[in-house]
Ligand binder design. Structure first.
Ligand SMILES: [Zn+2]
Length: 504
């Protein structure tokens, strides 16, 4: 089994913000989960470096576009480790290997008869680096995303014959209802296809900052086609001396935000068909993180800096919060207040206390030793089949629902502590065996949920499993009773509350 997940490549003109962190964290949760299933996993992220906005910004700074791209790509590279993202490669669209394969694939698209010369005229947003369809323009000829005035542009280009894929795309959507999800996004893409596809420019004539068109050196490829192909090109050179294409293509999941739905759900499969390449299995479209009701983006200037959040609370807390607070696939509001509430009530009070109580009682009553034996049958029903249920949800990219399944068991374990009151058992004569059973069940239950939480809370989960003396992360070890805990060790608080006040 192989699993290949991608984030969009991030446009190098902006600084990394919470929206970028969000997609990368989600992809990382999926990658880690599939590694727990002992699958062959490849996780790709990177930067999109061509196009007019980068060239314009560089010229405004008096530097070359490549210099600007080099400078800003470093900031995106630094984002991944800071949020504990375990990407296997970081692609840059200025990599010469990428450029060579873009040229090769698009020359094949032309040889296959899907490219012709023409003149394009339309409303163009320089910030989107995209022409806007007539039905996608705000009042006063403004970009619906950037709210800036669009310019009327006309140029001689090569066109991609998107219209000739109308029927094949409709068939694709009919045959594969999970090609795009959630369902609202599937419907949106399908209705765009059904409204009638028109050919789109494949190249730009006036620009030089891009991948040169091999059959006409006065043109560069339109930045979107260059960018989309990253998902394919990366596999051929990510591991020097080894072509991973056979092993990982087609991609299992492309994670994208809804503003780039059309490129991924319509242009991308058509382009792959034109190049005779296999289509990805799934495109999952997540929503926006909203700040005061507006989409968070650099160009709107309402950015919450993920690096600040991480510095105060740690990357685990950010990962947990984003996937817990906003159902993955929907829009949702995020705020400092709701972050601090989740940190306090869920991470510190529910999981943190469960861990510290369980370990403290084992140390106090049993000097850390856990007796061998069965776990309490009282919890069997609550935990039966849990790893498979979580896996089924992650298979559909329902990362918030999967986390909720796990969190229900964190709460069940806390109720179990209250129901069994081990501190009373410890004082009663003849209840030593019962106390052993309760403590063993708590340690084992905590271990099982922690294995499942690892994709969301990797650093905390690893610390906790180490303290429980059973660090095996394989998903099948998340069955209650599959553990081999013999002795636990005290650890410092996983989610200290004073972190909030001290700002440390
Ligand atoms: Zn725009």
């Amino acid at each position: 089994m192989s699993f290949y997940v991608t984030t969009p490549i991030y446009y190098v003109n902006a600084a990394p913000h919470l929206g970028h962190a969000y997609t990368t964290i989600a992809a990382d949760v999926m990658a880690r989960h599939h590694r727990q299933r002992e699958e062959d996993v490849f996780f790709l992220t990177g930067t999109d470096e061509h196009g007019e906005p980068v060239a314009d910004a560089a010229h405004a700074l008096g530097i070359e576009p490549q210099q600007l791209a080099d400078r800003n790509a470093e900031r995106f590279k630094a984002l991944a480790p800071s949020i504990e993202a375990t990407n296997d490669f970081f692609i840059r669209t200025t990599d010469p290997q990428h450029e060579a394969i873009v040229q090769e694939v698009l020359a094949r698209v032309r040889e296959n008869g899907f490219v012709y010369e023409g003149t394009y005229e339309g409303w163009y947003c320089p910030r989107c680096a995209d022409f806007k369809a007539e039905n996608d323009i705000d009042e006063g000829n403004r970009c619906p995303i950037h709210h800036i005035e669009l310019t009327r542009e006309q140029e001689d280009n090569y066109f991609f014959r998107l219209s000739s894929f109308q029927q094949r795309l409709e068939e694709l959507y009919a045959e594969r209802e999970d090609f795009v999800s959630p369902r609202t996004r599937y419907n949106e893409a399908l209705s765009f296809i059904r409204s009638g596809l028109r050919d789109v420019p494949l190249t730009r004539h006036k620009l030089t900052w891009g991948v040169q068109v091999p059959w006409d050196h006065e043109h560069v490829f339109y930045v979107w086609f260059d960018a989309l192909l990253n998902y394919y090109t990366a596999l051929s050179y990510a591991n020097p001396g080894e072509d991973l294409t056979e092993r990982f293509w087609p991609a299992s999941y492309h994670l994208v935000a809804k503003d780039i739905l059309r490129f991924h759900a319509v242009y991308w499969p058509a382009l792959l068909m034109a190049a005779e390449l296999e289509l990805p299995e799934h495109i999952f479209v997540h929503g926006y993180l909203l700040m005061e009701g507006e989409k968070m983006s650099k160009s709107l200037g309402n950015v919450l800096d993920p690096f600040e959040v991480i510095e105060r609370f740690g990357a685990d807390a950010l990962r947990f919060y984003l996937l817990r607070e906003v159902p993955f696939g929907q829009d949702g509001s995020v705020s400092t207040a709701s972050f601090e509430l989740r940190y306090e009530t869920e991470l510190a009070n529910e999981l943190g206390n469960l861990a510290s109580r369980t370990i403290a009682m084992l140390v106090r009553y049993r000097e850390g030793a856990v007796t061998a034996g069965e776990v309490d049958p009282l919890l069997a029903e609550d935990f039966a089949g849990l790893p498979a249920r979580v896996a089924a949800l992650v298979d559909r990219a329902e990362l918030t629902a999967a986390l909720e399944e796990i969190w229900q068991r964190v709460r069940r374990l806390n109720r179990y502590v209250e129901e069994q009151a081990p501190w009373r058992l410890a004082k009663e004569d003849g209840r030593s065996g019962d106390l052993d059973l309760v403590l063993r069940t708590l340690a084992e239950g905590l271990r099982a949920v922690t294995v499942l939480l690892w994709p969301y809370l990797p650093a905390s989960a690893e610390r906790l499993l180490e303290a429980l003396g059973d660090p095996d992360l394989a998903l099948d070890r998340a069955e209650l009773g599959a553990g081999r805990i013999e002795r636990v060790h005290a650890i410092d608080s996983l989610f200290p509350k004073d972190r909030q006040a001290s700002g440390a």
